[in-house]
Design a protein around this ligand. Sequence first.
Ligand code: SAM
Ligand code: SF4
Length: 350
Amino acid sequence: MMQSSSVIDLLGRPLGVLRLSLTARCNLACPYCCPDSVEPQGLLSTLDQLRLIHSACALGVHTLRLTGGEPLLTDRLWPLLEALSVGRATPGHPLSRLKDLAITTNGSLLDDAKAQQLRALGVDRITISLDAVDAESIARMAGLRRGAEAGLELFKRVLAGIDAARAAGYEPDQGALKLNAVIQRGRNDDQLIPLARLARQQRMELRLIEYMDVGNRNGWCLDQVMPATEMIQILHSHWPLQPIGRQPGGTSSQWLYQDGEGSIATIASITEPFCSDCNRLRITADGQAFTCLFASEGIDLRRWLRMDVSDSELAEVMTQLWTGRSDRFSEDRGLMQVGNHHAEMAYLGG
Ligand code: SAM
Ligand code: SF4
């Protein structure tokens, strides 16, 4: 039977957000992320994706974020969005419980046609990732071999993507268009002020992400993490800031510019973990469910899809998955074994 309230895990946390990765591949190669060059075996079909999303909505998911790899790299995005928009518009359909549909993209493939299509198919919010303004730094952070020239090219494409999103109706002032930047000490921390300036000019909220130890390939070390408090101190000395705090179940802490020019946010999953109210389930492009970004192994949902279980059986499998969850790996980071295997970020979808 379909449930209307959220399932609750062993630490009292309700399920609320599903992050679905559409592909593990990417057209960029950010060294902090290290995407795969080939897809994992056995990608979910659109029908598989829809069945999982239905079940998740029946268990309380109200927000779906589509991610990757690079979600705009795969044509499988479009039939999924079409089916979602029909379901969301049908009264009583499990998908009508989906209040918020968002996508995270590196913005480099976003043009007018795609932005309009996203809008027409009901995508409510777009988050665009950009880690620098200086062309050399952009190239370094995106793993582009041709240096500043390629960095400048990417910068222009991302700016065009932002313009396209705005022209399609994604209003930054309404929180529908945001900018993500990973800040790595010694690599792009000099880009903090230029990035904030760009975001202010664009009237977009910039979300500064602490460099996370997700995956095994990026050679993560604590020395490269710039704590959110330090980022805020630097910004505060340029543009005084006033803290707003973090919404329950949210990942970002917000700060208002005291000059009235909007807000900025930090995602401090290393120095100020927010496991205590984590409401996020992640499903990879090949149907592995992860209840935590820092988990080493997922739970294979594709196995159940291949067995052709009924919708209620699938919902039961997902209920068991969530209700049995007690992970809070980021808070327990100090207790974790060094060298623990982690799934890669582009596979998990961030
Ligand atoms: N390709 C898309 C993009 O870059 O927006 C979507 C996928 S990407 C994995 C999602 C988000 O994860 C991006 O904002 C990216 O910057 C962030 N990310 C990737 N690796 C990270 C890491 N090691 N630490 C912190 N954030 C990371
Ligand atoms: Fe690609 Fe996004 Fe990973 Fe960069 S962060 S390599 S854009 S998936």
